[in-house]
Each structure stands twice: as structure tokens, then as C-alpha cells.
Design a protein around this ligand. Structure first.
Ligand code: PMP
Length: 427
């Protein structure tokens, strides 16, 4: 039954573009009606038709503790009673900046913003201001939010042309965005050789999670660390997804690589809208009001959002075993899928980030990711949805787990997935 969701979607489409406030929510890639969510607790979400689902989207990452975690909700409620926003500094902003620096020591100094998009946009401005250079390198298939200069993945033919992916972005705005191939060191070397004095920064998702989950090849991240140093460019890790998910110290601790700047979002706000960027203090001293790089925000460091972030990080910090549990849960699903699907799919997994690609080949970059059969993924997605399991409505997104996923719900998930691959042999 999806009658209320259907009605709301029709109403929404009249007043909101595509009926949604972020495109992937429209279920376009999987040809189904999006579920309008009424509430969520633990590992379950409930839609407006009273359908309950085991949730593997977890709000695209923030929900690492599960939905409506009681201590976080309680602290947020207390904070709300003290006022929603002041536009003046608060103690909580200091506490959160200190926590970030403690858990991710490369982020000596950080600034809070309101989304991952803003964090990345601002980090790149800081890198350009600090180096006095204009160009940046990004990787095909990595997503860094929707700011103009980053909406580029470039055609496969020409590495150095920077064609915007979106209408409304002047080509002039992306002409400084160079595109390399993930896990391909040669593609990066060529760009540095072509523009030795002009590249301000390399920005990378240390584990790519926006073309589905793609792990960095051994040595790839340390190569990026070395080549940026060699050419006087900065290394920016976009840890909006990996931050506090791969471990308390994010991907940079997991792989033991120190970037110059890091961007955060999602978990750092504990479910409220926050982004953060930060890093070496000499670079961050470029930011206004101390330095010449302007960046500001009316609601930045909002007291409710910082409360949710602080509580969430403190809970994670007090229980580092959470990451072992998360990885075990994720591995359980990966193993069940591999056992049932054999070589019909490729499963990429690290910690509690996972993608099931409907392709037989290893997925190591953008080209191999898009070899996946999106029709088969849509069929799989629909089957799961109809059996009470809510996963990403696109082949090219990650599956997220939370600490709230129960043994019983994991077992049910494995059973439904196994059933799918047994029943639909030719899928
Ligand atoms: N960077 C990465 C790696 C992301 O995954 C995302 C969003 N999923 C962003 C940046 C943008 O974050 P936001 O949606 O909060 O603007």
C-alpha cells in the first residue's frame, strides 16, 4: 500500500521540483513511488501508509547510531528550549571544534557551515587563497556537493577539458577544474606535468562512495600525498561520508594519511544540518576575519545542530567498539549476497560502507562502476522495498548501516536478499 505516499507525491510535484528537495529521493532511477516518511526509530523507518522498513539509507550516512537515538533527542530538546539561533558565538561551537581536532588531529582549526556542499566550496576557496593558484584536480565519479566549480566529471576522451555536468553552470566557472581518474596515478601525474605551478589542490573522496563504493587502490592515497607536496599543492580529503564512519578518525586514520584540509558533513551534525572544513592552522588563518578569504553564514554553528553533533561524537568516542560491530554487520550482508549471487554481482565493502554492483567485473573506477546494469539494480531494489527493506534508490550510492541494526533485522535482510538471487536466476 502506497496510497498516501502517491497522493503526497502528486501534491509535492505541483509545488516542489520533481516533488523532492534533493533529486535522488524521487526514486527516478528505480521507477517507483518515493515513500514519504512519517517517523523513524532505531533501524526502522515508517512511511505515511504505515509501512515499516529496515533502513539501509540512514539519511545517507548521518544515522550511524540509528534513528531518534534517545540521548541525542533529549539533548536536542533541552537545547531547543534555550533558543534556536543567536547569530553570536556559543560554547558548543568551541566544544565541537575541540572534539573534531581531538578525533581528527589533522583538523587543528575548523569552521562550521551548514552542509557538505558549503564545506567543500569553502575548503577550495581556502586552498586557492593560501596557494595563490586557481586550478584544482577532482576525480571522475567523485561527488563534492553542488557548487558550480565541482559539477564536472568530464568526458572520457579529454582529461583536461572541463565541461559542466549541469545546465546553469557557465563553462568559465569550471575551466579551472581538472578531472583525473580515480585510482589512476598516471592521470594525476599528467595534469601536474601540464600545470606544474597552477594547481592549488587535489580533492578526493578517500573512499569513493558516490559512484557506489569504490576503494582506493593500495598506494593511491599516499601517491596523492606525495605528488601534492612535490608540486606545492594542497591535499583535501572530502570525508563528508567517511568521516566518523570508517572509524573515529575517518579515512585519514584508517589509511594513515594526513591531508592538509578535510571536509566533513553528515555524522558531524548527528542528523542536523552541519558541514565543517578545517586543517592546518596556517591555511585556516587565511579565513576571515583573520585572513583575506571570505566565508560566512547566518546559521553556521547553530546551537541545535552543534548539540546533536557533540552528543553523537561523544557517544561514538565512548564506544569505539561500535566500528567493529558495524563492520561485522556489513560483512554479514556482503557474505550472504556473495553466497547467493555468486559472480553475478561485485560487492565492494569497507567497514559499514558497501555497494552491490550488478556487474561481473571488479569495480575500481568510474568506468567499471557504470558497467553495472541499472535495470537489474532497479529490480533488486523494488523486491527489497516490497519485502520491507529500504536501500538506496540508485545503483551508484552506498548502503549504510547503523549500530541500531538488530541481529533479527540483519537476518531478515540476508534472507530476503538470498531469496531474491535464488528466485531470479536470470535477473
Ligand atoms: N561530499 C561528499 C563526499 C558527499 O557524499 C556529499 C553528499 N552526499 C557532499 C559532499 C555534499 O554534502 P551535502 O549534501 O550535505 O551538501
Amino acid at each position: 500500500m502506497e496510497q498516501r505516499s502517491q497522493e503526497l507525491f502528486e501534491r509535492a510535484k505541483r509545488r516542489i521540483p520533481g516533488g523532492v528537495n534533493s533529486p535522488v529521493r524521487a526514486f527516478q532511477a528505480v521507477g517507483r513511488t518515493p515513500r514519504f516518511i512519517a517517523s523513524a526509530h532505531g533501524d526502522r523507518i515508517l512511511d505515511v501508509d504505515q509501512n515499516e522498513y529496515i533502513d539501509y539509507v540512514c539519511s545517507w550516512g548521518p544515522g550511524i547510531l540509528g534513528h531518534a537515538y534517545p540521548r541525542v533527542i533529549e539533548k536536542v530538546q533541552e537545547a531547543c528550549a534555550q533558543g534556536l539561533t543567536f547569530g553570536a558565538p556559543t560554547e558548543k561551537e568551541v566544544v565541537l571544534a575541540e572534539l573534531i581536532a581531538e578525533l581528527m588531529p589533522s583538523m587543528q582549526v575548523s569552521r562550521l557551515v551548514n552542509s557538505g556542499t558549503e564545506a567543500v566550496m569553502s575548503a577550495i576557496r581556502a586552498a586557492r587563497g593560501f596557494t595563490g593558484r586557481d586550478k584544482i584536480i577532482k576525480f571522475k565519479g567523485c561527488y563534492h556537493g553542488h557548487s558550480d566549480g565541482l559539477l564536472v566529471k568530464a568526458g572520457s576522451a579529454a582529461l583536461t577539458t572541463s565541461v559542466p555536468d549541469s545546465a546553469g553552470v557557465p563553462a568559465d566557472f569550471t575551466k579551472h577544474t581538472l578531472v583525473a581518474s580515480y585510482n589512476d596515478t598516471e592521470s594525476v601525474k599528467k595534469l601536474f606535468e601540464a600545470y606544474p605551478q597552477e594547481i592549488a589542490a587535489v580533492i578526493v573522496e578517500p573512499v569513493a562512495a558516490n559512484m557506489g563504493v569504490v576503494l582506493p587502490a593500495q598506494g593511491f592515497l599516499s601517491f596523492l600525498r606525495d605528488i601534492t607536496r612535490q608540486y606545492g599543492a594542497l591535499l583535501i580529503f572530502d570525508e563528508v561520508i567517511t568521516g566518523f564512519r570508517l572509524g573515529l578518525g575517518g579515512a585519514q586514520a584508517y589509511y594513515d594519511i594526513q591531508p592538509d584540509l578535510t571536509t566533513l558533513g553528515k555524522i558531524v551534525g548527528g542528523g542536523m544540518p552541519i558541514g565543517a572544513y578545517g586543517g592546518r592552522s596556517d591555511i585556516m588563518q587565511m579565513i576571515s576575519p583573520v585572513g583575506p578569504v571570505y566565508q560566512a553564514g547566518t546559521l553556521s554553528g547553530n546551537p541545535i545542530a552543534t548539540t546533536a553533533g557533540i552528543e553523537t561524537l561523544n557517544i561514538l568516542k565512548a564506544d569505539p567498539q561500535i566500528y567493529t560491530r558495524l563492520a561485522e554487520k556489513s560483512a554479514q550482508i556482503a557474505q550472504a549476497v556473495k553466497a547467493a549471487a555468486g559472480n553475478r554481482v561485485t560487492v565492494n565493502r569497507i567497514g559499514s560502507l558497501m555497494s552491490i554492483f550488478f556487474t561481473k567485473q571488479p569495480v575500481t573506477d568510474y568506468e567499471s562502476a557504470v558497467s553495472a546494469d541499472t535495470k537489474q539494480y532497479a529490480a533488486f531494489f523494488g523486491y527489497l522495498l516490497d519485502h520491507g527493506i529500504y536501500t538506496a534508490p540508485s545503483q551508484f550510492e552506498a548502503m549504510f548501516l547503523s549500530d541500531a541494526h538488530t541481529a533479527q533485522d540483519l537476518a531478515k535482510t540476508c534472507e530476503v536478499m538470498t531469496q531474491y538471487f535464488r528466485t531470479f536466476k536470470e535477473a
